[in-house]
Design a protein around this ligand. Structure first.
Ligand SMILES: Nc1ncnc2c1ncn2[C@@H]1O[C@H](COP(=O)(O)OP(=O)(O)OP(=O)(O)O)[C@@H](O)[C@H]1O
Length: 736
């Protein structure tokens, strides 16, 4: 392997601090391993070097490479994660008597129990309903992450609560945090976040303790710097002290944890604020994919204001990457089948989703097509989601009235979506209803303990359950709509979720299920069975994961699912995008597309959903055309939307290609205005953001908002709602 000049510069960096801006796939591990070996060869003792990695997988990867490249017998430095350092510091500070001993809460249920106790203490004087709402599983989970984040950000719980939008019914979070702190102290326990938080607070407050841990290092190398949180940053500064030179490596364009306090500008500003002067090094060449994708990535991130001025360049020996856009599950299935037919394994492919809710439709499509898959998180299997289990349960009841006599089945349906009633009470009610088949008398003790609104809700739900078997003839999609409407499910899910995003995700899950049920209209029973099919991860299956979960990984084939407006970028009418969130969504899209090596397929839903603006922003067709032109070494001019950007890219590669300005694409901000007030006639030439250029063949329906059929040069014939499609009318010659 021949190192690039940029890599060599990093490896041979002299004295002082350094920042390395590395694009995705820049061979960071190789470069940093060689940097460590260079330091060792220069005589720096191994014990005076520390390498800090983001997580355990990255640490193992780094260690394996270090061992494989080091001369035999060479003593090697420690490669640690932040948490393992925190763990060790905690042990030392405890041994030296600066920290009282505490035991780590290792099991989730232990932590959950303490959280529940903390809530009960914080809401001592509150009414039953408030307490029961606060004790809902989702809200306890949200409180748990709130408490961990307060410690990760090293700020007061009140200030942190003000900073983020935790939604309604979370006002007890700040008090519950304080109660949890007291409980942890009383019981001599600590949480995962305490592994960093406790030693840091101790070292900040105690000069003597600090002098005992500082001064042992000359070099600290830290990876994924763009996403480290405040506690990790403090730890880094503490370990480096006045003496060690810090080399921070990262990519501000891949900063995807803004919601928990990371910021793209930290890569530059926070480093300078903490460590002062430093040398800056770019690692701009990617060894992952071809020019088409490198260009698409550069285009995709271009609209962000907060980004480094750095292009991602593809190395000439990289695989050629092809980019494509498609619509719907059929195309995903076709792609995966074609991949298999070409002799490739599904374990070399990945389906990426912006959020887990979007994976539900992929799972159902793959199940139906018999394509094996595995999930990065097994609890996200569609049939394991409590809401899906319950909805499938409602459908089954419609087909089988005997289930009205089954207490376990009734309990499932009474508890999802949540009626905000404690489980023990629901259990008692389900048992009684299964036997009596009638709603209890007014003064029944079972009802006496319920609030009037809880009583009303549950009575309405029981009426729905009794009605369902009479509606057996309705297709599943209609049944689901009926259930959702009667239970006011959207409102309940939004209210029950402790984070706004979680509520929106659950509502999206409802939509996705109804859409899927609609698609199975021909075989309704199959749809119901599908939701019940026991599925397990298949090692040979295609991986489904979120973009966040794909950080640092790559696959030969990547299909990005759900590339629709509102899904990716994610927003809703109640939760519109501001500039900062749009930029974070764009970075997430950048991370998503740069996971592919050979092929990237961006899939959107079509129909009501508009394709994501990010597809157009990536100018993927330009990328394909330029890559093709470079491959063929053509002298013909290539027309592109952004000749300056493409010209810079080619200049950096030292190649020349004639470029010409394509007609300007409509700006993303103009999306809402598409098609409005425009008249459409057959023969007109149009440009679609996703499908490219084409000709209108048919215009029909409401003249104010017609349906048009367009023959696209590359995407074939498509029917579109003119008012909704991201379409621009072109002037000039008809297509030939
Ligand atoms: N100068 C080079 N020439 C050719 N291939 C290289 C070069 N540097 C790195 N690579 C290759 O690039 C691939 C990725 O490198 P490596 O594993 O070091 O990076 P990484 O840390 O996993 O990637 P990333 O930069 O995304 O974090 C490896 O196959 C590596 O051999």
């Amino acid at each position: 392997m021949r190192l690039t000049e940029e890599q060599q510069a990093v490896i041979g960096h002299g004295s002082g601090h350094a920042r390395v801006a590395a694009v995705a796939g820049a061979g960071k591990t190789t470069t940093l391993v060689l940097r460590v070996l260079h330091l060792l060869a220069e005589g720096v003792p191994a014990r005076r070097i520390l390498v800090l990695m983001f997580n355990r997988a990255a640490r193992e990867d780094f260690t394996a490479k270090l061992v494989s490249l080091a001369p035999t017998g060479q003593a090697l430095p420690e490669v640690r994660t932040f948490h393992s350092i925190g763990h060790r510091l905690t042990q030392s500070l405890t041994r030296w008597g600066y920290l009282p001993p505490r035991e780590l809460l290792s099991a989730d249920w232990q932590r959950e129990r303490l959280l529940r106790q903390a809530v009960m203490l914080a809401l001592g004087g509150a009414d039953d309903t408030t307490r029961e709402t606060a004790l809902e599983a989702d809200r306890i989970e949200a409180l748990g992450s709130f408490c961990e984040l307060v410690k990760a950000e090293m700020i007061g719980s009140g200030e942190f609560y003000e900073r983020l939008d935790f939604g309604p019914n979370t006002e007890h979070f700040v008090d519950s945090y304080e109660q949890l702190e007291s409980l942890l102290e009383q019981h001599g326990r600590m949480t995962y976040a305490d592994l960093l938080y406790r030693p840091l607070r101790c070292l900040q407050a105690n000069d003597e303790a600090r002098t005992r841990v500082q001064g042992f290092l000359d070099h600290v190398i830290v990876d994924e710097y763009q996403d480290i949180n405040q506690a990790q940053q403090c730890l880094l500064a503490m370990l480096a002290g006045q003496r060690a030179a810090v080399m921070a490596v990262g990519d501000a364009n891949q900063c995807i944890y803004e919601w928990r306090g990371a910021r793209p500008d930290y890569m530059l500003e926070r480093f300078a604020a903490t460590f002062g002067e430093s040398s800056d090094y770019p690692l701009s060449t990617t060894f992952r994919h071809g020019h088409a994708l490198a260009l698409a990535a550069n285009h995709a991130i271009r609209a962000n204001r907060r980004r480094p001025d750095q292009l991602c360049l593809a190395a000439s020996e990289n695989p050629r990457t092809t980019l494509d856009v498609g619509q719907g599950g059929g195309q995903l299935i076709d792609e995966l089948n074609a991949w298999r037919r070409s002799g490739r394994g599904l374990d070399q492919a990945c389906v990426l989703v912006r959020s887990w809710a979007l994976s539900v439709s992929v799972q159902l499509q793959l199940l139906r097509a018999g394509i094996p898959f595995r999930l990065a998180r097994e609890d996200r299997f569609v049939f394991r989601l409590p809401l899906v289990q319950a909805l499938a349960g409602y459908l089954r009841l419609a087909r089988d009235a005997r289930l009205l006599h089954d207490p376990a089945h009734l309990l499932l349906l009474l508890s999802q979506p949540t009626p905000f009633v404690a489980r023990e009470r629901l259990q008692a009610l389900a048992g009684q209803l299964a036997q009596s088949q009638t709603w209890p008398e007014r003064h029944d003790p079972l009802l006496a303990s319920l609030k009037p609104f809880q009583r009303r809700n549950l009575k309405r739900r029981w009426a729905l359950l009794c009605e369902l078997p009479k509606r057996a003839a309705l297709p599943p999609a209609r049944l689901l709509e009926l259930i959702v409407e009667r239970l006011d499910a959207e409102k309940v899910l939004k209210r029950a979720a402790a984070r706004r995003e979680k509520g929106e995700e659950d509502v999206r899950l409802l939509d996705v299920l109804i859409e899927q049920a609609e698609e199975s209209a021909q075989a309704p029973q199959d749809f119901i069975d599908l939701l019940h099919r026991p599925v397990e991860n298949r090692a040979d299956g295609v991986l489904i994961t979120t973009v966040h979960g794909a950080k640092g990984l790559e696959w030969p084939l990547v299909a990005l699912w759900g590339t629709n407006e509102e899904d990716f970028p994610h927003y809703t009418r109640d939760n519109p995008l501001d500039d900062e969130r749009l930029e974070e969504e764009r970075r997430l899209f950048y991370v998503a597309i740069t996971r592919a090596r050979e092929r990237l397929l961006m899939l959107h839903d079509g129909g009501e959903h508009r394709p994501s603006r990010f597809i157009a922003e990536s100018a993927w067709q330009d990328g394909n055309r330029i890559a093709q032109a470079l491959h063929e070494d053509t002298s013909d001019a290539v027309s592109v939307a952004a000749p300056t950007l493409v010209g810079r890219y080619l200049g950096a590669l030292n190649v020349t290609l004639a470029l010409q300005q394509a007609r300007e694409m409509p700006a993303a901000g103009a999306l809402a205005a598409y098609g409005k007030g425009t008249s459409h006639t057959p023969g007109q030439r149009v440009r679609h953001e996703v499908f490219g250029d084409g000709e209108i063949m048919v215009v029909e329906g409401d003249p104010a908002n017609p349906v048009i059929e367009v023959r696209f040069e590359h995407a074939g014939r498509r029917r579109l709602i003119a008012g909704r499609a991201p379409l621009e009318i072109l002037q000039g010659d008809p297509m030939t």
